[in-house]
Design a protein around this ligand. Structure first.
Ligand code: NA7
Length: 551
């Protein structure tokens, strides 16, 4: 075996990230006969599922759908143990895929990409890694994920804390034993809501510091029913196709009726049925919950009533009840025993909206003039979502323009796939694509397939470059904004719109026009010879003869 710390400098493509997107991209590029290398900051494949190992971490898309569809044998033989898979099982699945496709031999782990610069003379990208290596590639494909830059708030005194601190998105691999400890969890988004019930069972005392309450629907998780698994496996291909006709790319029963056309009684029955069914399909109880405030109010009030019925202390129930934003416009949470956890004697809820955290102290934290003594602090405080990881790299396109400058007023992109001024650079599930509003695995596959087909097309033409035009990018940006404005989403401060990061432009980043419309647009663009893209002819020059360089 060759020394894996040395690589030839020239590649057809560099892929950044070895989560599901980078893994499948590598597989497709190999199929095209292209020389590709992957750089991955983590120690193994899995992306999100490699990093997010906090207690209770679980997918909120059901297992039968949160998996690759491109390999029929794989989807037939792989067995999920639960309706919603937990993190260790999803990570095991990613590792299994890496072995099955023999992916690891082209992946360099614990290697972070620091910069990527485009050379207009050669139409190639020069990519530098944290290990000091430099490679050149015609194409650079960002498979960096939408939620991969963890955000710890910059609280005064953070370094003075003498206990341990954790972020849910960078959890220690060996796990954490909270037995006998006073634990504080800051943040009540999806991660906090999943972790809190599990930590509460272990800790001596758990204090939850809540800034904004979230709507959460019980997962009603259960061991995978064999007949359910069988029903999917018997018609997997057809069901996958059906899932692409759904706005979210997830196949479930959408009620195609507006909430306000139903009687109060009918609404309650439908919400109750969905609550008992569990999970995000609650938001499909009626077809207008994200479009009409009046409709949304009925669903929000149903959840608030549930909270009041579960949580014994009315003051705590009230504090846990979201009141000032529509349900679903912040990512809806899916839980196991979340609200009931507040009935435990060892759990306290602290409102840091009314009385913010002012400092971390050596022994805990201060909020509202009160000291809270803690042995460990868990930051469930989220991510610099969708653009954060891309902007953390020094990416420079045509004329040395940085991506940071190009996106100073918010991300601009054509189809979430390419950015004008950055030829031969692709973003998998980038801003302006359905991404986090859809089944990520399905959207990853669609993007990877589109990019691979595009590279095949360029290969056949012997083309040197492809680049989104400004006009196409502007038109698409307007469409993304209009689609957002047709919904209640932009009314809410959320990470979808960058509101959780100080100074980040307030732009609703994902495309909410739905997976079917998006897939159709991408397919039409490709079928018409890549309309909205400029294709540069002439083979990409190789700057240097192949040599070896340490990466
Ligand atoms: P989220 O959904 O961004 O949640 C972060 C939580 O942390 C949320 O409750 C925030 O309150 C809170 N937060 C963030 N910064 C602070 C500070 N400075 N002080 C107090 N509280 C703070 O991240 P998650 O990891 O839970 O979920 C991310 C996605 O991963 C999720 O949607 C799934 O798609 C998977 P806020 O609401 O901003 O007031």
């Amino acid at each position: 075996m060759s020394d894996r710390s040395f690589l030839p400098t020239q590649f057809d493509a560099v892929i950044v990230g070895a989560g599901f997107a980078g893994m499948y991209m590598l597989h497709r590029l190999r199929g095209l006969g292209l020389a590709a290398v992957v750089f991955e900051a983590g120690g193994d494949v899995g992306g999100t599922w490699y990093w997010n190992r906090y207690p209770g971490a679980r997918c909120d898309v059901e297992s039968m759908q949160y998996s690759f569809s491109f390999d029929s044998e794989l989807q037939q033989h792989w067995r999920w143990s639960e309706h919603y898979a937990a993190q260790p099982e999803i990570l095991a699945y990613a590792q299994h895929v890496a072995e099955r496709l023999d992916l690891r031999r082209d992946i360099h782990f614990e290697t972070r990409v620091e910069s990527s610069h485009f050379d207009e003379r050669t139409n190639r990208w020069t990519v530098r890694s944290s290990k000091g290596g430099v490679v050149s590639a015609q194409f650079c494909i960002m498979a960096t994920g939408c939620l991969s830059t963890a955000k710890v708030p910059d609280l005064p005194g953070l370094k003075s804390f003498t206990g341990q601190t954790f972020h849910t998105g960078a959890w220690p691999h060996e796990g954490v034993d909270f037995t006998g400890q006073r634990v504080g969890v800051i943040g009540t988004g999806s991660s906090g809501i999943q972790a809190i019930p599990v930590i509460a069972q272990q800790a001596a005392h758990l204090t939850v510091f809540q800034r904004t309450p979230n709507y959460s629907i019980p997962a009603q998780n259960r061991p995978m029913p064999p007949e359910y698994e069988q029903s999917w496996k018997a018609e997997y291909a057809e069901r996958r196709r059906q899932s692409w006709t759904m706005r979210s790319g997830i196949l479930y029963n959408l009620n195609d009726k507006p909430a306000m056309d139903a009687t109060e009684d009918e609404r309650q029955r439908e919400f109750e049925r969905r609550w008992q069914g569990g999970g995000i399909q609650f938001m499909s109880s009626f077809n207008d919950l994200i479009l009409s405030k009046a409709a949304n109010d009925t669903a929000a009030e149903f959840v608030r009533a549930k909270i009041r019925s579960i949580v014994r202390d009315p003051a705590v129930a009230d504090l846990l009840s979201p009141k000032d934003y529509p349900i679903g416009t912040k990512r809806i949470c899916v839980d196991t025993d979340y609200y009931a956890t507040y009935n435990r004697d060892n759990v306290t809820l602290v409102d840091i909206n009314a009385a913010p955290i002012t400092a971390i102290t050596p022994t805990g934290l201060q909020a509202g003039g009160r000291d809270h003594t803690l042995d460990s602090i868990v930051f469930a405080t989220g991510f610099d979502a969708i653009t954060g990881t891309l902007l953390a790299m020094d990416i420079q396109g045509r004329g040395g323009q940085s991506l940071r400058a190009a996106w100073a007023d918010g991300p601009r992109s054509y189809l979430g796939l390419m950015v004008a001024g950055f030829p031969n650079l692709f973003t998998i599930t980038g801003p302006g694509s359905p991404s986090v509003l859809s089944n990520m695995l399905g959207s990853i596959e669609q993007h990877v397939d589109w990019i691979a087909d595009c590279l095949g097309y360029l290969q056949a033409r012997g083309a040197a470059s492809i680049e989104a035009t400004d006009a196409a990018q502007d038109d698409w940006g307007a469409e993304v904004t209009e689609a957002g404005n047709r919904t209640l989403y932009p009314q809410t401060k959320s990470w979808y719109a960058g509101a959780n990061i100080a100074g980040k432009p307030r732009v609703f980043m994902p495309y909410i026009g739905g997976v079917p419309a998006y897939r159709q647009k991408c397919a039409e663009v490709a079928a018409d010879g890549y309309t909205g893209f400029r294709i540069g002819d002439g083979a990409a020059a190789q700057v240097q003869p192949p040599s070896m360089v340490q990466v």
